[in-house]
Write a protein that binds this ligand. Sequence first.
Ligand code: SAH
Length: 347
Amino acid sequence: MKDIKSKTLAELADELTALGEPKFRAKQVFSWLHRGATSFDEMTDLSKALREKLKNEYELIYPTVARRLESAKDGTIKYLWRLTDGNCVESVLMRYHHGNTVCISSEVGCPMGCAFCASTLGGLVRRLKPSEMLDQVLFTQLDSGLPISNIVLMGIGEPLDNFDTVLRFLELVNSPEGMNIGMRHISLSTCGLVDKIDALAEKNLQLTLSVSLHAPTDEIRSKIMPINRRYPVAQLLDSCKHYFEKTGRRISFEYAMIRGVNDTPEMAKILIRRLKGIAAHVNLIPLNEVAESPLKPSYPETVRAFQQTLEAHGIPATVRRTLGSDINASCGQLRRKFEREHFTRKE
Ligand code: SAH
């Protein structure tokens, strides 16, 4: 059956007209869906006959809360959602001064294999549907009672590996008849799929593109991020330049600080050289330790020195504040913990 919440308003209008309904019905249905209706019978301003027609034609899926953890320190809430097929994904609600931000997943697991990341340890299970991405925003807002104003696609998965779905999700969440979240309030993070960054540039969206750079040389980047063997640093940075020229949007580079790997003064120098001429902002993130990996976070003074070197050379750099450290809030950690506790693995 067709997943009704993955349909755009225009598609619904066409399909409902084909079912013999007037066009305005689509708006009614769309607005029920995007307010979090979990059954067609809730849609009380539709006739019973139409509700039956919809039930025959479409499925209305939604996630349930498998776990909900709230940080005692900063109010960050982590959700582990159970999807209709039993798989789980995570979202994190962060409460910033500039508004409530939800970090959502784009895939169950991840195929990219970055050495420091918990989300990729079990590989890719499957890609999410557009409605499953939307529901993370919608149900986080409904469950928490906190209005969501910003979205970051930085949870489990590689958004550009689920390209068409992500574009459709953006259209849904941006829709004035739905959650109406502006593109400028959305960030999309990628490990560097250059062909897809180029394709995204063509769409000329006003979202913020974050690129997980993490190292300025091919030698080091290829060691920690397998994607670098396909798209090396020079090619990635060219594509970022092109992205800026096309969209006018400054790129945000993520740089996880890993002790003794990418945090030396020499690395800072190379990074400065390579970012020359690119409208960039660098986000330094002290590595979150993952139990399965030997990599350690840089010392705070190393992070500060690295930041100062970048700033001294005119590259805006911020050190990301860590939220929710008491609740396993970073990517993929809760899903793995939950799976370990609930499933006995056949070795
Ligand atoms: N696949 C996308 C988005 C998901 S990860 C990407 O690679 O950008 C969101 C960010 O968290 C990425 O920058 C990723 O590299 C980073 N990240 C993953 N594991 C981390 C860890 N253990 N410590 C710090 N940052 C991490």
